[in-house]
Design a protein around this ligand. Structure first.
Ligand SMILES: [Zn+2]
Length: 287
């Protein structure tokens, strides 16, 4: 192996070790957080609803670092009804987004799409009413797709990749399996699965229950719709990476949009970051 390559790998592994925090979850069990209906607001909308220069007031911290539940709530209104006191989560974001359950949606007469957080293009319109004014969002109302937040260390331990879709089992008095649960990897994340109240109720799941990934690789092939959509919009190139370790430098050297690695390939934390930054797709080969 070339000396500079060895050095580069050592540096990345060192950085990964330095960045990693001791995880309390080593048994493959994933804590579950149940997300009640909530609103994320852009600062412009905070001011329209609560007044000029208004700042959200943190009420309590959420499990993901930096995120908080605000003291403030709004009323959300659809064509057939409304729901009062919907909690705002801070800090303010670039785009406003409202996450409700399908049960909520039926109550207020809307049909929001199932989306991952942040993917709101073409989602449903919704009206928000605050103490100082109201806002009609042309889009931004979604049902949040179940997802698992994790660090790069957790992702290599659990052998799943960012963006991958997995099947999850939750034991209990009414055991359920949730499919198409999206893996979200970031240095900033603590290991936690987020589901909405409908999913929690289906499995009689209480806050703090544990989930387990039962099928990571096989389920990946159940995403044909999303893949087709990507392929239609652009010439998608694929690179089969067959070495033992995928580092940041190698990600930079690969032109292809999708990088396919084997289950045995070690992907460094910095490589994950670079893949995200460059909007590339990392696929773990099932073969
Ligand atoms: Zn989440």
């Amino acid at each position: 192996m070339q000396e500079n390559l060895v050095q580069q790998i050592v540096e990345e592994v060192l950085q990964q070790v330095l960045k990693s925090q001791p995880s309390l979850q080593h048994d493959g069990k994933i804590p579950i957080g149940v997300s009640a209906r909530h609103v994320h607001l852009a600062q412009a909308e905070v001011e329209l609803l609560f007044g000029e220069n208004y700042q959200l007031t943190p009420k309590f911290e959420l499990s993901q670092p930096g995120q908080f539940a605000a003291e403030e709530t709004v009323l959300i209104a659809g064509p057939k009804g409304s729901i009062e006191r919907v909690r705002i989560l801070g800090p303010a974001r670039a785009l406003s987004q409202v996450e409700i359950s399908w049960t909520d949606a039926m109550k207020i007469g809307v049909k929001p799409p199932l989306r991952t957080s942040g993917d709101i293009k073409g989602s449903s319109p919704i009206t928000l009413i605050g103490p100082k004014g109201s806002v009609s969002l042309a889009e931004g109302l979604i049902i949040a797709q179940a997802h698992i937040h994790m660090s790069p260390e957790d992702s290599s331990r659990l052998q799943v990749a960012d963006g991958q879709s997995v099947q999850v089992k939750v034991e209990g008095i009414r055991p359920i399996i949730l499919s198409n649960v999206i893996i979200r990897v970031s240095e900033r994340y603590h290991l936690e699965m987020h589901i909405d109240t409908d999913e929690a109720n289906a499995g009689l799941i209480q806050q703090g229950a544990k989930a387990e990934i039962v099928n990571a690789s096989a389920i990946e092939s159940l995403q044909p719709i999303e893949r087709q959509a990507v392929m239609k919009t652009e010439e998608k190139s694929i690179f089969h990476f067959d070495k033992k370790l995928l580092s940041q430098g190698e990600v930079l050297a690969i032109d292809a949009q999708e990088i396919i690695v084997s289950k045995k390939t070690i992907v460094t934390a910095l490589a994950y970051d670079k893949i995200r930054e460059l909007n590339k797709t990392l696929t773990i080969s099932t073969g």
